[in-house]
Write a protein that binds this ligand. Structure first.
Ligand SMILES: [Zn+2]
Length: 308
């Protein structure tokens, strides 16, 4: 009897542990779609009801960007449309978004909500499938250009102002954060307390193209974080390994031991302190979970003296 009870207990524990690890394995906050042979070209995981994290596989494009879809009762917001898929393949992003929004409508017993498509920023690896959405019914695509975004969100100033997008029971705050790229935005979902870090804040090589703008954006981010609870920062890529301070060489396809996607809110302080100390830096500034990298504008070549 005792023996049987013990066996049952052991079996129950194994079942519970398996279920727990399966649940963990499905979390979008840990590593996934990181270049395993045969993995799907696009995968989705739900963070919470009405909040999906999509990842383009490394096999589709080595940038393997993350794409975010959030929905309320009156509208949905798609942040980014992915990178150019590998030659001869397609990325079923529009089909996946359609099916997620259809499921959302069924679950919430609301009609299909119209879709707004915006971006973390205007680099090519985040807007490759914009065209697929420009032809979609009930869809607005906002081009990733600062003037267009400022007009669309009716921001009084750029970049020192916050925009609001109401999705119906879910409010998204939009933070202009130029520095990596002039039209860079972060998005804050108050429902899940999630901040989308884009290409400014993720576990990897944070490329600073306009240092003054990047510093000013970081200061605004510090101010924002003081007045808003942040449970996780989810960026647009993962380039670090699980080992601290180590990143994969750029272009790596199989990242078998990659860093988790989620960064804690305290990474904002790490970033701010780094930018305070680093000065007018040239060499990579390496931290446990992020690496600051400077891209300088090309030096103008002195005009050649004219020879007659
Ligand atoms: Zn990117």
């Amino acid at each position: 009897m005792q023996h049987h009870r013990l066996v049952r207990l052991v079996v129950a524990t194994i079942v519970a542990l398996t279920a727990a690890s399966a649940a963990r394995a499905q979390s979008p906050l840990v590593a996934w779609n990181s270049g395993r042979a045969g993995e799907p070209l696009l995968t989705v995981r739900a963070l919470a009801p009405g909040f999906w994290v999509l990842r383009q596989s490394k096999l589709s494009n080595a940038e393997a960007p993350f794409i975010y879809l959030m929905a309320g009762t009156t509208r949905a917001l798609l942040v980014d449309t992915g990178a150019e898929p590998a030659a001869g393949t397609t990325l079923p992003l529009r089909e996946l978004v359609d099916s997620l929004l259809a499921e959302h409508a069924t679950r919430t017993r609301t009609p299909m909500v119209p879709l707004l498509v915006m971006h973390s920023h205007g680099h090519r690896d985040h807007k490759a499938l914009d065209a697929a959405f420009r032809t979609r019914a009930q869809t607005v695509v906002v081009t990733a250009v600062a003037d267009t975004i400022q007009a669309f969100l009716a921001l009084p100033r750029w970049p020192d102002a916050e925009g609001t997008i109401e999705l119906g029971g879910r409010t998204i705050t939009v933070l202009p954060t130029p520095g990596h790229e002039p039209a860079h935005l972060m998005y804050y979902d108050a429902t899940t307390r999630t901040l989308l870090g884009g290409d400014m804040l993720y576990p990897g090589l944070l490329t600073v193209r306009d240092l003054a703008a990047f510093q000013a954006s970081t200061l605004r981010l510090v101010r924002f974080a003081k007045s808003h609870p942040i449970s996780a920062i989810l960026g647009a890529h993962v380039e670090m390994t699980r080992e601290r301070r180590i990143m994969y060489p750029l272009g790596t396809v199989a990242q078998s031991d990659e860093h988790v996607l989620a960064l804690p809110a305290s990474i904002i302080d790490t970033l701010a302190a780094a930018l305070t100390h680093v000065g007018d830096f040239r060499e990579d500034d390496v931290h446990d979970d992020i690496i600051l990298n400077r891209v300088l504008p090309p030096v103008a070549q002195p005009a050649k003296p004219r020879t007659l």
